[in-house]
Design a protein around this ligand. Structure first.
Ligand code: ARG
Length: 407
């Protein structure tokens, strides 16, 4: 097999580690490297600048993809429909982006003739698992390597290598945190945050302003069609635009700051700071619309599945059969999740204060205590009689055998 036919595709961020990895992988494996940079709304440098840097650092091909709409529509929207919050808090920011990046890695591997995919993750986190499981779940024939984990590419080595080879990349700027960000949110870890008692400082946050001194309250009306936001304050938006607009408006109010210790898949507990203003506001609004439109038992069951869904996605199972089956269930529940939610963004909170839908199950005439009540209260007597029968029988037995509730 010629060298050309057995390339390595590298997930490329444009930063120091992955820039050095291009030459490093080449030296260590004897193969040509094709870089892949995917825009999932992380902001920062232009894709074209990143592409050129990859080539300047020795890549034989540099693949770039603007996947922002794809990410918003096919990854963030399913997470919204699932109200996905890992351990009840974390909106799965990084966990959602890995599967879409992996898809582009596989596509590039096929296009440019690579049998190996490389990524810049360490051996301690979830992301290595997510990349590799996603890749082999789509392309079971693919090999995966991590230069940091498998080819001894430490930070010191990277700096020395970049200077020695005169790579066009900054080596002096050292961010005190490890950061991953995309349009769904931002994850910040390491540095002084590793001491659980240390409160995050102001410089940790970028997507959100300090909620202590917020601007005036901001009222927003979000229209959903079958679980997906399609208009904000009457203006039509794509899923990407909806997230961006709420990142801006909820971010200005300090909504969506999260400080937590989470359980990683690899068994480590880690301190994480997140900021996800758009995601948190959208999930709050979506849950409120579901509270009006989903039938009671369906909603209760869905809540359990939401947890399973979030665990699966966190744990690298995006392309798994169970996740796919859960998606089918969740999609079915969204049929009537159409209507308007009004919420107030203020002082770090997104508070729903209005709901309006033509497909809801809320019946004013059943709920009202005013005139117009159509609920026949007399039938509740018989309902309670039968509903409480089993407990009543069990209580009678307890009383008879001396195990009744003590007063
Ligand atoms: N702990 C989070 C997760 O596993 C975020 C990881 C983000 N990566 C980073 N380099 N900060 O989803």
């Amino acid at each position: 097999m010629s060298k050309h036919q057995d390339r390595v595709v590298l997930a490329y961020s444009g930063g120091l580690d992955t820039s050095v990895a291009i030459g490093w992988i080449g030296e260590q494996t004897g193969r040509e490297v094709v870089t892949v940079a995917v825009d999932v709304g992380q902001g920062g440098e232009d894709l074209e600048v990143i592409r050129q840097r990859a080539l300047d650092c020795g890549a034989v091909e540099a693949y770039v993809a603007d996947a922002r709409d794809e990410f918003a529509e096919e990854y963030c929207m399913p997470a919204l429909k699932a109200n996905a919050l890992y351990e009840g808090k974390y909106p799965l920011v990084s966990a959602l982006s890995r599967p879409v990046i992996a898809k582009h890695l596989v596509r590039a591997a096929r296009e440019f003739g690579a049998s190996t995919v490389a990524h810049g993750c360490t051996g301690k986190g979830n992301d290595q698992v997510r990349f590799e499981v996603a890749i082999t779940s789509m392309a079971p024939d693919m090999n995966c390597i991590s230069p940091v984990r498998d080819l001894a590419l430490t930070r010191d080595v990277a700096i020395e290598y970049a200077e020695k080879h005169d790579l066009p990349i900054e080596t002096t700027k050292h961010n005190p945190f490890s950061i991953d960000q995309n349009v769904w949110g931002r994850a910040i870890e390491t540095g002084f945050l590793e001491d659980l008692w240390n409160a995050p400082t102001k410089d940790v946050y970028v997507y959100t302003d300090d909620p202590t001194y917020p601007p005036l309250p901001d009222e927003v009306v979000i229209h959903f069609e079958q679980g997906v936001p399609t208009a904000i304050d009457g203006k039509a938006v794509t899923p990407l635009e909806a997230i961006q607009e709420l990142n801006r408006r909820a971010g200005a109010q300090g909504v969506g700051r999260i400080d937590m210790v989470e359980d990683r898949l690899v068994g480590i507990k880690s301190r994480e700071i997140y900021e996800a203003p758009g995601a948190v506001a959208l999930i709050e609004a979506h849950q409120a619309l579901e509270s009006v439109t989903l039938e009671r038992l369906q909603r209760r069951y869905k809540r359990q599945l939401e947890q399973t869904w979030s665990d699966l996605v966190y744990e690298a199972q995006w392309y798994s059969p169970l996740k796919r089956s859960l998606d089918a269930f969740i999609e079915d529940t969204q049929y009537y999740v159409t209507g308007d939610i009004r919420m107030v963004l203020h002082g770090g909170r997104a508070t729903v204060n209005g709901r309006r839908t033509d497909t809801g199950l809320y019946d004013f005439n059943l709920a009202t205590y005013e005139t117009g009540d159509t609920f026949d209260q007399s039938s509740s007597r018989g309902f309670i009689e039968i509903y409480g029968m089993q407990s009543k029988l069990a209580a009678a037995r307890d009383v008879r055998l001396g195990r009744g509730v003590a007063f």
